[in-house]
Design a protein. Sequence first.
Length: 154
Amino acid sequence: MNHILKKILILGIGNYLMGDEGVGVHFAQMLENEKLPSGVDVVDGGTGGFHLTNFFEAYPTVILVDATLDGHQPGTIRPLKPRFSKDFPKAMSTHDIGMKDLIEALTLMGTLPKIYLFAVSIETLQQQQVTLSPEIESVLPELRRQVFELVERL
């Protein structure tokens, strides 16, 4: 795949097997069935980690979608622009270490792209559940609207 013409990656991360924690993955899978604007790709990044390094290095802009246990009302969407790993929400869930380590490594190598994070507040981790709760499922259209509004601005 030729990434030279690629400009924006929408990367959904999360654990599909833990209910609402997998909102980023559900979001990426939802977008895979849509015609995306030119220069925009979507990837289901699973639980994140160093296997995503090539994606972060191939795109100048990455839009991350992930769940966060931040105490906000479940379904709250917070657009953030983290510049360093410490800027990510404290309670990034089950893949916390891998994602922050990846950001640190890319920063050290000088290959960190512009990152925009859409943090979706969840209430709890649900073990062995592959569906989203009604509260989280219901915010997917609004999440899509906000992500594509950002894509248009970029």
